[in-house]
Design a protein around this ligand. Sequence first.
Ligand code: GLC
Length: 532
Amino acid sequence: MGQPSHAQRDWWRSAVIYQVYVRSFADGDGDGTGDLAGVRARLPYLAELGVDALWFNPWYLSPMKDGGYDVADYRAIDPAFGTLAEAEKLIAEARELGIRTIVDIVPNHVSDQHPWFRAALAAGPGSPERDLFHFRAGRGAHGELPPNDWPSQFVGSTEPVWTRLPDGEWYLHLFTPEQPDLNWDHPAVRREHEDILRFWFERGVAGVRIDSAALLAKDPALPEFVAGRDPNPFVDRDELHDVYRSWRRIADEYGAVFVGEVWLPDTERFTRYLRPDELHTAFNFAFLSCPWDAGRLRTSIDETLAEHAPVGAPATWVLCNHDVTRTVTRYGRTDTGFDFAAKEFGIPTDLELGTRRARAAALLSLALPGAVYLYQGEELGLPEAEVPVDRIQDPMHFRSGGSDPGRDGCRVPLPWLADAPHAGFGSGQEPWLPQPAGWASYAADRQQGDPDSVLRLYREAIRLRPVFGDGPLTWLPAPEGVLALAREDGAVCVVNLGGEPCELPPHRAVLLTSGPLDGGRLPSDTAAWLTA
Ligand code: GLC
């Protein structure tokens, strides 16, 4: 086959990557839970959409206490989803269609059902098995207080990050008690993860998403967390970079790439993870959290490009994922930014407005230099669902004392066929999360036949996107509230975030618009792609 061409090797620098939350994508065996058979059956749909890669949320054996982010065996597929042989087939079949696979590795913690943690519980205090985790005596006269008061990584959680065992010791879990944190100072933990990476690279995966990538290392003295004090005892510790350098050497052997889940407000600290011998890319959460405002978006784009440039890493553009409010809902609210701490039930939402903006935002993100992430259902314009309280499963809801609706609203099973039971998600049992009334109106088959649908817009935009080339971006003069950008090798993107229609800049042709023009002018909350 010879050496891959430069373009093939660098596919990840400008890829459109589709995020598959398997549990909610498509139910092949009719048990109400999405599965690998469902994904395999829908590969032609993904190929037609034109995506370059699929990122699968964790598909491993898991008690599903946190949607699969509580992994009991990183080398086995959860039986609810299928088998390892099926995963191998899926990886190969996708590749035949030109689609690469990215798996999700969860290195910060394991499930409490993982053999290591079970062995640690059985072995008791002081045992080497417990050294793989963070077990400690408590504070107070009888050890009745947790070893420290670190805040939970589920924003809004009122619960401690330590759980006490009957033998008196406490163990650390930055998320739920069913997700004990690993001790990354232990060589066996490092060895095991290097082996897990090889396991998946050997099976043909082209990349790995690293869950909670900035949280692994902990200060062994477990000092109290003090806001603003440096270094933080459990976020973004310097020792982590050494871990990722060793991971990078392994990925390079296979030509595979990483995308890190790195939530850090400090952009200089963030880009350290993207140095040439560390991670290839990281999610752009600043862009995902940015309100629908021309000035704020332009600043966010400029800062993103400026901070990535010195390390030579491509930017990523993300509007939503399985943890945050869906884009059309967010943009239809008074506060159009995203903040975990601001989530609550019953926020008034104008879905018509939100959808118009989400369509325009799709054209904006797909016009920017770098890779674009697309979360399943975003291409259908799905809104955030209000899941009835008695059906909520997400631990984030429970750990907030019930005030946070949790993340199930963006994880509702997809509608495929407008006229089929469960909107075609599966032909058997009720989906694991209820689909709200009207869900079928978003069904892929209905959108397929409607040239004005969100699905058709995404397909067309992904097909046309190469006209932007891979050159840098320059801003064109534009009225207040309007963003106009040109890419060096070609096309122009204009987005009107102002209240009035605006004139389009000089152009040869209009390639695509996110909504109808108004007598040649670009209406509010609408975007256009032009050739100059
Ligand atoms: C990441 C995941 C999220 C999960 C958490 C704990 O933030 O995206 O879904 O709950 O890590 O693994």
